[in-house]
Ligand binder design. Structure first.
Ligand SMILES: [Zn+2]
Length: 117
């Protein structure tokens, strides 16, 4: 589904910035922090913040807090991650998720990675 259709379905006004933000998230293979997103977009910070608020409220994106930092990813592409408590590395866990829920928003498994052991 196209991003403009997704926004329209949630009755969210389609703007170039909103489409761009969703595109950035869709092109990343890992959740992005707010700072990482800011680096890629030339726009007013308030507009970006507001767009993220709306996306989150409509479950279009998912926010995860790791080491007091917020990370965002598309709700439709949410995966499971292992996060190291020491270096905060995020490693995608590629496993078949249990077939118990209609949809899984996110799963974060915390621990200490091999490098930090
Ligand atoms: Zn580590």
């Amino acid at each position: 589904m196209q991003f403009d259709e997704i926004l329209a379905r949630h009755n969210i006004k389609v703007t170039l910035l909103r489409l761009e933000l969703l595109k950035i998230l869709s092109q990343s293979d890992k959740p992005l922090s707010y700072d990482e997103i800011l680096e890629q977009v030339r726009a007013n910070k308030t507009s970006i913040y507001r767009a993220f608020e709306i996306f989150e409220k409509n479950n279009i994106i998912i926010k995860n807090e790791v080491g007091r930092k917020a990370f965002y990813e598309l709700g439709s592409a949410a995966k499971a991650y292992f996060v190291c408590d020491v270096c905060h590395a995020m490693i995608n866990i590629d496993l078949p998720l249990p077939n118990i829920a209609k949809s899984i928003k996110s799963a974060v498994i915390k621990g200490i990675c091999k490098e930090c052991e």
